[in-house]
Write a protein that binds this ligand. Structure first.
Ligand code: KIV
Length: 245
């Protein structure tokens, strides 16, 4: 899977073999420049979901339920989930499980597929004191494994495991019947997800250990912009055939 937030990339993903798209609340950071995902709300997620759904109708689209949208009771959570589903989601992703088991169950029972998200839950960044690897201590690892089992029991169809030791992710993946999708969780997960802009190397200042830029996108874009700039300044663009008579 990869993340996507807009129509143009959604159209390209439609032509790819990528199995699924996540309209992540990382949109707040990647598209809007916020320092965390806490600035995403249901309205922001709706706008990005509609754009992606217009470009990638037919792809499997999962949308993040934003910060606290699933912590204010089942009715508020269902309101938020219904907006995202009507916008084009086929499933919602919810961080964590402790304290909102009832909400996850109500959403699943309402016919909305739920993907879990454990390990580093970016919406809890301030509780961690930063974006930190989770599950390194025995207690923390056990806690994540218990939450994964609970999510499976509640009816989640898959779980994202973010920034946990590879051994822990492998053990959890082997213990569950539902698939795990890893990001910074090693090769033992059933699938992998990356932020599209990261795998395209569009942000040269961001080098997480778990990421791999499969393209030097920033260099490609900058070289292309330089070619345009030079052509305009040299008077070679637009040419005759690029002008109307
Ligand atoms: O919002 C997001 O991009 C995510 C991925 C990191 C899984 O949740």
């Amino acid at each position: 899977m990869v993340t996507c937030y807009d129509y143009t990339f959604a159209r390209l993903l439609m032509k790819s073999a990528i199995d699924g798209i996540l309209v992540g609340d990382s949109a707040a950071m990647v598209m809007h420049g916020h320092p965390t995902t806490l600035s995403a709300n249901t309205e922001l997620m709706r706008v990005h979901t509609e754009a992606v759904a217009r470009g990638a109708a037919g792809k499997f689209i999962v949308v993040d339920m934003p910060f606290l949208s699933f912590r204010k009771g089942a009715v508020a959570a269902l309101d938020s989930a219904s907006i995202l589903m009507i916008a084009g989601a086929q499933a919602v992703k919810i961080e964590g499980v402790d304290g909102h088991e009832d909400v996850i169950q109500r959403i699943v029972q309402s016919g909305i597929p739920v993907m879990g998200h454990l390990g580093l839950q970016p919406q809890s960044v301030h509780a961690y004191g930063g974006f930190r690897v989770q599950g390194r201590s025995r207690d923390s690892a056990q806690n994540i494994a218990c939450q994964a089992a609970a999510l499976e029991k509640l009816g989640a169809f898959a779980i994202v495991l973010e920034c946990v030791p590879a051994n822990l992710a492998r053990d959890i993946s082997e213990s569950l019947r539902i698939p795990t999708i890893g990001i910074g969780a090693g090769a033992g997960c059933d699938g992998q997800i990356l932020v599209l802009q990261d795998l395209l190397g569009l942000n040269p200042d961001f080098h997480p250990k778990f990421g791999r830029p499969f393209l030097n996108g920033a260099r490609c874009v900058l070289e292309t912009l330089a070619r345009f700039d030079e052509a305009v300044k040299a008077g070679t663009f637009p040419a005759g055939e690029e002008s109307y008579s």
